[in-house]
Design a protein around this ligand. Sequence first.
Ligand SMILES: NC(=O)c1ccc[n+]([C@@H]2O[C@H](COP(=O)([O-])OP(=O)(O)OC[C@H]3O[C@@H](n4cnc5c(N)ncnc54)[C@H](O)[C@@H]3O)[C@@H](O)[C@H]2O)c1
Length: 284
Amino acid sequence: VATNAVLTPLAERPERADGIAPAAHPGGRLLEGRRILVTGVLTKHSLAYGAAERMQELGAEVVLTGHGRSRRMTERAATMLPERPEVLELDVLEPEDFESLAAALSDRWDSLDGVFHSIAWMPRDVWRDGFFNASQESLDETLRASVFSFKSLTGALRPLLRRSPQGASLVTLTVMGGRHSRWYAWMGVAKAMLDAVTKQMAVELAPERIRVNGIASGAVRTNAATGIPDFDRLEALFVDKAPLGWDARDTSVLAGPASFLMSDLARSMTGEILHVDGGFHAVL
Ligand SMILES: NC(=O)c1ccc[n+]([C@@H]2O[C@H](COP(=O)([O-])OP(=O)(O)OC[C@H]3O[C@@H](n4cnc5c(N)ncnc54)[C@H](O)[C@@H]3O)[C@@H](O)[C@H]2O)c1
């Protein structure tokens, strides 16, 4: 199989042949004045970090969430963003955290324009013990953290979201669906359910002008991904097969599409799953 060239991150690309340098951050002030809650920033390499960074560059006001002991890591990553955002507590396995987050955000903002949901987790035995042997308790936790958290977060923030002047936008992160993947196993099942939740919420919330979309990402080297056994071979699949090529080290790859979905440019889009995978999903 021929290996495609690895994509060069935009910031490192040479000037165009016509001498015009590519804009560092195309999009101007696309998200000027938007207030966006970004979950899932653990480190500078989290997919949510790239999204938060680009959203700030495009003019959005951003608040992050972090949880428990790892919140210190989120606080550290926050200091590296263009503007240091506030970090609020949200452990999606703690039901009361959703309401306290909503209360903390209401103290700060009278409306909310966007939520970036970038959270997935499963206990170790779900990976380790095989599809039929993982405990029911662990499977319940996997779904609570990776699927129901999107619904619970949205439910708690709904009063703020429905006050967004232009209509709010929710974005979650998923994987290419519709196929078996030995890498994802129960996480693949969880993501299929997350896609269904995305579409259901899109319909439920449309009367309140709240849009709900997902991004199906290719394999990126983040903390969560490198915990997947045999991740190197999954990465190699994308590098080999994606028509546009694929750089699994580019953790900012979703930043543009996520910002677009948050913006008014996507005002007629809801219930959609955008693939950001170098075109991998389109080839056999
Ligand atoms: N990296 C990839 O290849 C890839 C591909 C497709 C989809 N995704 C999805 O992207 C999302 C973000 O993952 P990532 O790859 O940036 O890895 P990451 O490890 O940087 O982010 C995962 C986040 O989930 C958070 N989290 C876990 N348990 C939590 C809890 N109980 N309460 C609150 N937050 C909790 C972690 O703190 C972390 O910030 C996940 O939904 C993941 O499934 C990743």
